[in-house]
Design a protein around this ligand. Structure first.
Ligand code: FO1
Length: 317
């Protein structure tokens, strides 16, 4: 395996990706990681620009993430949120006091004209993160979800306010046609020794990133050195409404349904032992199935999974 630039590029959503990347960072130095993050979950809350997936990855790699939720900051307090409720009404999107500091900083830097990639790098530095954590684009792309009989709603409203209830009929990424992928993200995929699609929701977390033709093409060109990890274990998503989304959009709710979405893009597809009966069907798609333990209950288990993925890509660590 040619080492190219010796770096590992990853496509990432939120909590599942962050857990995997924390494990990966136990195997290889953080400065060797180029992480391209979904920003289609971003939104404005209480007047501030919130980037849930970028923050989840930075807080996790920085060692400050809330271990119970996977997002937000450990031991955070909620005095600001409480004080804001007479102004904004009962809050449904919980931002802790320390988390607020990140959003205040980001919002002020963006208002001063800095690009999101630069502000994200500043925030990553503030939390001691050495990996390069990049937004997929400088321009806004926003996921909207349409439920049966309802008007399209912003993603966080669907996921958090509505608790992912209802039948998903459509998912759209507004702004995608006008947005451009971050040039550094495309370059990272082209130059990396290996590319890993983290165990994130393929529809709403990885989907928006792959919505950029240049990113999709760069991943397809890297297929022989690229792996994806299934976010489904034993036929169910580890977290979130992926099953409802796959079903609603006409895909099979299984590791095979996810493998089909990545068929032309990665050479290796990693599934849990609980789904080993699908290994042959995945091989029939032209993907090399790797069967292992994918539940990342501890950082050590995430590191073991990362090590397995690196070995499957012939990367000595
Ligand atoms: N998820 C929730 O279920 N409830 C919340 O109140 C909530 C707040 C929140 C604040 C900051 C942040 O970075 C993430 C937050 N999340 C919350 C998680 C977020 O909705 C999801 O992690 C992602 O958007 C899906 O990847």
């Amino acid at each position: 395996m040619a080492l190219k630039n010796g770096k590992i590029a990853a496509l990432a959503g939120g909590v599942g990706a962050a857990k995997f990347l924390r494990g990966l960072a136990l195997c290889v130095e953080q400065r060797r990681l180029d992480i391209v993050v979904n920003t289609a979950d971003d939104d404005q809350f209480y007047g501030l620009h919130v980037c849930p997936d970028l923050d989840t990855i930075v807080y996790t790699l920085g060692g400050v993430a809330n271990p119970r939720t996977g997002w937000g900051i450990a031991h955070d307090t909620f005095a600001t949120l409480k004080a804001l409720s007479p102004f904004f009404g009962r809050p449904w999107f919980a931002l802790g006091d320390h988390d607020f500091a990140t959003h205040l900083f980001r919002t002020s830097r963006l208002a001063a004209g800095l690009p999101l990639s630069e502000v994200s790098a500043e925030i990553a530095r503030r939390f001691g993160v050495r990996a390069r954590v990049m937004p997929m684009s400088e321009q806004p792309v926003r996921t909207f979800v349409t439920l049966r009989g309802r008007a399209a709603m912003p993603f966080q409203e669907y996921l958090v306010r509505n608790r992912a209830r209802g039948r998903v009929e459509r998912v759209e990424f507004r702004g995608l046609e006008k947005a451009r992928p971050l040039p550094a993200a495309v370059a990272a995929l082209k130059n990396a020794a290996a590319v890993i699609v983290a165990p994130s929701n393929p529809i709403v977390s990885v989907g928006p990133i792959l919505g950029f033709k240049a990113i999709r093409a760069a991943l397809a060109a890297a297929r022989e050195r690229a792996a994806a990890i299934s976010p489904i274990i034993g036929g169910r998503p580890v977290k979130g409404p992926l099953d409802k989304m796959l079903r609603g959009l006409g895909h099979e709710v299984s590791v095979l349904g996810v493998a089909r979405l990545y068929q032309k893009l990665v050479g290796v597809f990693v599934i849990d032992r609980a789904d080993r009966r699908y290994a042959q069907a995945i091989a029939d798609l032209g993907l090399k199935p790797v069967v292992t333990d994918t539940l990342m209950a501890t950082p050590k288990r995430a590191a073991r999974l990362a090590e397995t993925v690196l070995r499957a890509l012939n990367l000595a660590i």
